[in-house]
Design a protein around this ligand. Structure first.
Ligand code: H2U
Ligand code: ZN
Length: 344
C-alpha cells in the first residue's frame, strides 16, 4: 500500500512532483507556536481603508457602498500606461516591460465578515462582480490573462481583515497559468475530454478525497496536494471561465464557496487563512481546448490555528513535501459540519 511508505505523487496540472511522508506525522517536533491572530468583531472600523465612506491612501474616499465595491489598487503592481520596452544582454540578462491593471474587490461593506460568514446571496453578488470584472478586463486589447484571487488572514500577509480580494490583469500569460494551459491542452488532444472533467469524475467515484460537492461544483483535496489542507474546486461542466457558468452555476459556486470556507473555519475553530484563486482561460482571444475552470485553495495551517507549514529546506531546494496524506486531510475536512462554529 502506497500510503504507508514515503512516495512521490505527480501533479498533472502543472507537471510537478510532491514528496509524501506519511510515517512522519508522529515525530516529536511540534512546530512553531504563533499567537492566535486577533479576530475583529466590529462591522465598521473608522481606520479601515476599505470600509464604506473611509479615505484610502492618496486621499480618495470610498463611496457608502452597500454590496460589493471595486477600485483600482492605489499601489498597483501593474499599470496600464506602461510603455513597451525590452532589455537584453546575451542569453543571461533579459527583461521586458509589463503592463496591466490591478483591482481591489471589497466583498461586503461589513468589516467583520468573511466569505464563511456571508449569506449565499451576498457571495453570489461577489461571483457576479468577479464575472463583470473578468469580462471588462478581458475585453481590453492588451490584457491576455486575468487573475482573480483572495489573500486571507495575517498569516498569509493580508494587510486588512475587511473581506476583499484582488484582480490582476496582465499583458502576458503568467507562468503558473501557462503551465496549466499547456498540460490541459495536451490531455485534451489525447483524450478528447478535459483533464479536470476526467479528474472530478474519478474522485467522485472514489470518494476518499472529496470534501463536498453540489450539482455544479466538486471540491477535493487533490491527490497531488502540497499544502496540508489544500483544496481544488472544479466546475463539473468543462467551461473555460466564470462567464460560461449559467445563473444556476453562479449560485452553485456561491453555495460551495460558503460550504468550503465554513468547513475550513470549523477545522481549527479559527478564521482560516488561505490564498485562493481562479484559473480561467487566457483572454488573448486564442482558443484553448481543454481549459477547464477551477479554483485552488492554498491554506498554510497544519495542526492548529497557530501551527503552520513553512516551505523550507528540501522544499525550496528540491520539491515540496507533506506528512499528513491528502486522503487524511480530506477525511478530516469531510467530517466537519457545515454550520459555522460561531453559530452553534
Ligand atoms: P491584501 O489583500 O494583500 O491585504 O492587499 C490589499 C490591497 O489594497 C493591497 O494590494 C491596496 C494594497 O495595495 N490598498 C489600496 O489600494 N489603497 C489603500 O488605501 C490601502 C491598500
Ligand atoms: Zn473595513
Amino acid at each position: 500500500m502506497i500510503n504507508q511508505h514515503p512516495h512521490v505523487r505527480f501533479n498533472p496540472l502543472n507537471q510537478s512532483w510532491v514528496l509524501v511522508s506519511p510515517h512522519r506525522t508522529e515525530r516529536p517536533w511540534q512546530g512553531l507556536v504563533e499567537d492566535t491572530p486577533q479576530e475583529t468583531s466590529l462591522p465598521y472600523n473608522p481606520s479601515c481603508y476599505l470600509c464604506p465612506g473611509n479615505a484610502r491612501a492618496g486621499g480618495v474616499r470610498n463611496p457608502h457602498y452597500s454590496g460589493t465595491f471595486v477600485f483600482d489598487n492605489d499601489f498597483a503592481a501593474l499599470r496600464p500606461e506602461t510603455p513597451a520596452g525590452e532589455f537584453r544582454e546575451g542569453d543571461l540578462l533579459l527583461a521586458r516591460n509589463e503592463s496591466g491593471r490591478c483591482r481591489v474587490v471589497c466583498f461586503s461593506p461589513r468589516h467583520d465578515l468573511t466569505l464563511a460568514r456571508m449569506e449565499v446571496e451576498a457571495i453570489r453578488a461577489v461571483v457576479d462582480t468577479w464575472c463583470e470584472e473578468f469580462a471588462q478586463l478581458a475585453a481590453q486589447p492588451n490584457v491576455r490573462a486575468v487573475q482573480i484571487f483572495e489573500n486571507r488572514g495575517a498569516l498569509m500577509g493580508c494587510s486588512n481583515p475587511h473581506p476583499h480580494g484582488q484582480i490582476w490583469a496582465d499583458a502576458s500569460v503568467p507562468d503558473g497559468l501557462l503551465r496549466e494551459v499547456t498540460s490541459q491542452a495536451a490531455y485534451f488532444e489525447k483524450h478528447r475530454r478535459t483533464l479536470l472533467e476526467d479528474y472530478w469524475r474519478l474522485e467522485i467515484s472514489k470518494e476518499e478525497r472529496v470534501v463536498c460537492a453540489n450539482e455544479h461544483f466538486v471540491v477535493v483535496v487533490p491527490f497531488w496536494a502540497v499544502w496540508p489542507f489544500e483544496c481544488l474546486l472544479i466546475s463539473r461542466r468543462p467551461v473555460p471561465s466564470l462567464l460560461e457558468l449559467t445563473a444556476a452555476g453562479r449560485h452553485g459556486l456561491a453555495e460551495i464557496l460558503r460550504r468550503l470556507t465554513i468547513r475550513y473555519d470549523n477545522l481549527f475553530k479559527t478564521s482560516f487563512p488561505y490564498t485562493m484563486g481562479f484559473h480561467q482561460q487566457p483572454t488573448d482571444r486564442n482558443v484553448y481546448p481543454g481549459f477547464h475552470l477551477h479554483a485552488h485553495f492554498y491554506p498554510p495551517l497544519l495542526r492548529s490555528a497557530t501551527v503552520r507549514k513553512f516551505m523550507v529546506g528540501y522544499e525550496l531546494m528540491a520539491m515540496p513535501q507533506r506528512d499528513i496524506t491528502p486522503e487524511a486531510a480530506a477525511s478530516q475536512l469531510r467530517a466537519l459540519p457545515e454550520l459555522h462554529y460561531l453559530d452553534t
